[in-house]
Design a protein around this ligand. Structure first.
Ligand code: FES
Length: 94
């Protein structure tokens, strides 16, 4: 399923997309990699697409939990996991 054109994604900002009724936070990182994860923080449901990106991490906009976008794990001392999704890029489309 095509959800975005790669050139329309600003680097290090999230974009909310809906895929099969799931709300996904889509990110294009500074290195050009694309990451996709469930758009809700496991703490209190912060919208991760509005978070601050640093490398492969996104900081939840609500209480600053740090989430690894590769595996979805929350960095200690906080805990939890966000579902991540595989991404394919073909003909400049995600
Ligand atoms: S809701 Fe994300 S850190 Fe609290």
């Amino acid at each position: 399923m095509k959800v975005a054109k790669i050139h329309e994604l600003p680097k290090n900002f999230g974009k909310t997309v809906i895929v099969c009724s799931h709300e996904i936070a889509l990110f294009k990182l500074a290195n050009g990699n694309i990451r996709a994860l469930a758009n809700r923080c496991p703490h209190k449901g912060g919208v991760l697409a509005e978070g601050i990106v640093s490398g492969e991490q996104v900081f939840c906009p609500m209480h600053d939990w740090k989430i690894n976008m590769c595996d979805g794990n929350v960095q200690a001392p906080d805990f939890g996991c966000v579902k991540t999704f595989p991404v394919e890029v073909e003909n400049n489309e995600v």
